[in-house]
Design a protein around this ligand. Sequence first.
Ligand code: SAM
Length: 368
Amino acid sequence: RVKTKWAATRPTFPATELALHNFDTSYSIQLRDLWPSIRVAMLSEQKYGALINSFSSAPNVITELEAQGCKDFISIDCTRNEVHQSSLDSMTSHRDSAELDPAALQPSMSPDIKCLVFPKGDISRFNPARPDSSGILGYYLLDAASVLPVLALDVQPGHTVLDLCAAPGGKTLALLQTHSVNHLWANDLSGSRTMRLRRTLQSYLPKEFLEENKIHITSTDGRQLGMTEEKSFERVLVDVPCTTDRHSAMVEENNIFKRSRTKERQKLPLLQTQLLLAGIQATRGGGNIVYSTCSLSQLQNECVVQQAISLAQQELGITVQVQDLRWFAQCFSDTFHFAPQLSVGELVLPHLCANFGPIYMCKLQRMN
Ligand code: SAM
């Protein structure tokens, strides 16, 4: 009885408060003096980007957004920040190159994606997208940094692509904007979220395109696809479930820091490693994998990547090499704030003047 009474009167803290407490404890050590300003940014309004839907025939979408002051950060940053060979050379010499392939420093990214953003420091909001005469929407609003893992995946014409954790579908839609995908398998464990993915695709893709059967949608545990679809894809996106730091700091609903979800949260790095391993296994030799999260946590980012690489070698005999993305961070440094000096991968840090992220991404190549 005493125990029950104690449990009943135990103070219940909001999950957002528990999340912030957890972040203050771990990120003040991990990010040191960067943490206070990242914290302020994460608690302020997030900035969006408009991913242009090239399947829509709505007129003047880009012109109207440009008239409001928006710019396509992808074409602008890539032209302005041409990556020079000298800076690539210095990148090769600085990094502990045991696990890096110098050839992988050659810049190449998925083509034809356009994402418009308001300039640095401008916190204007986008109007909702308008439909064309067939009801297809002109753009999709998302955290512009979440387009970066898709760009890094470097999808090229004819590729077969697996999107292992695809719902609600922002990155799936970005992958399709390349018009390079020969076949796309979009999977998500959650049935209700897979329904959301289907609805997203129906709102953004013409019926005829959906009927071409280029897209295969499933709702299964991605960890199984490693074995059942071994060596089947040239490109695999592993955008894993994570602590979704910005959401967890701001929104009570569906918050993974709720006491009832403690075990689920503690098991995240294990699930993430298993999903990345499955992604590696499903990739053809020579193919690429991009692992991504929307968390700042080293345990969910670099540690998962390092662990998956060594398990792939030890348990599956698969050699995986990290691809250097510093040219990529350099390219987009006018739009996003990147964390300095990560052991593997790149991390977009929330910043009051460019309040995107957090988004972590690491690109891998399967060698055999
Ligand atoms: N890529 C999506 C996008 O851009 O819209 C966001 C993906 S979200 C970060 C992670 C997703 O992983 C969630 O939709 C969740 O349902 C899904 N998930 C969780 N466990 C999974 C598993 N074992 N296999 C496949 N998907 C899983």
